[in-house]
Design a protein. Sequence first.
Length: 156
Amino acid sequence: MTRALCAVLFSLCFLIAEPASSETEQPRMQALLNGLQQDYGFPGATAAVALPDGRVFIVAAGLADRGAGMPMTLGTRMLAASFGKSFVAMTVLSLESDGVLSRSDPVSRYFGKYDWFGRVPNHETMSVGDLLWHSAGTRRIRGHDRRAHPSAYRPQ
C-alpha cells in the first residue's frame, strides 16, 4: 500500500508540473488515478491537487466498498487511520517553533471550555506532548472501551 501511495503522489507531481488548460487537467488527473488503481490493485482512492492560482481538482477511482460494489466518489468518507499523525505532529512542532503553543501546554487550555472534554479520560493532566507521544492515558476509541464509555467519545 505504501508503494501505491508513493506512486500516486509521485505521479501527481508530474501532472502539476506540466502546463495545461483547465479542460484537460481534471480528465488527465482522473485517468492517472484510474490507471494507478488498476496497476496497483488498491480498492479505491481519492486525490486532490490545489494549484497556486486557486484551482482545485479532485478525483475518485475504484470502489469504496468491494463487497457491496459501491464506487468511490468525491463524497465518500474514508477513515484516515494513522495517516494524519505525521501531519498533526508537524503542525504542532511548527506552531511551537512560532511560539503559538508548547508541547508542555495542558490540552485543557484549548479544549477545556467544551463540555465533552470533561468526559475524556485524564483530561485534567494531559499535555499536547502527551497526545503526540501517545502517553496521555486516553482509551482506545474502537472496540471494548468505546462500548464501555460511549459518552466519552461523543463530542457535542
